[in-house]
Design a protein. Structure first.
Length: 177
């Protein structure tokens, strides 16, 4: 009964990010490993030229690892007289764009450490603040009279169904890597 999966909905308490939810999901033994940041833009009005379009959403994905790169999926009107909206994907991958893959994560860190480049290393205050954030959540959980449940999930799955329900309450779903 060890905590190996977390799904969070986080709100930042300032004017710039008011009412913008940030969703974080991390776990062990998921079907695929990877780190990415996905920015899902608000939907455009579904009426264009006085016609219903049924447009999807635009998404910017920054892939940190593996397959480092950036992709943008946007909705675009197909050329022509008819109103037909289709998703278009623009994709940049370091490996294919430069003819060789970037070094493995530890290889890069070791090379940077040997050359004295601390750019990719987390500073102490950054690590301490990250743990302060997580510790406050864990402390509140353990001190609560009615803490949220500890939900089980099968190895090789995307986590417990409650993680899907967290986003479903907001009319959303997790991206599949």
């Amino acid at each position: 009964m060890t905590e190996t999966f977390v799904a969070l909905r986080v709100l930042v308490d300032n004017w710039r990010w008011a009412d913008v939810p940030f969703y974080v999901r991390v776990g062990k033994r998921l079907p695929k490993g990877g780190t990415e940041i996905a920015v899902q833009f608000k939907s455009a009005p579904s009426v264009l030229f006085n016609r219903e379009t049924g447009m999807g959403v635009n998404v910017l994905v920054i892939r940190i690892q593996p397959d480092e790169g950036i992709s943008l999926r946007m909705q675009a009107k197909m050329p022509g007289a008819t109103l037909r909206i289709e998703p278009v994907k623009m994709d940049f991958q370091y490996g294919t764009s430069f003819g060789k893959a970037s070094p493995e994560a530890y290889e890069r860190l070791l090379l940077d450490a040997m050359s004295g480049d601390a750019t990719l290393f987390a500073r102490r205050d950054e690590v301490e603040n990250a743990w302060r954030f997580i510790d406050s959540i864990e402390d509140a959980w353990h001190k609560s009279a009615e803490p949220p449940g500890l939900y089980e999930y099968a190895a090789g799955s995307w986590g417990p169904k409650e993680a899907d329900e967290l986003l479903a309450r907001d009319g959303r779903a997790w991206r599949r890597l």
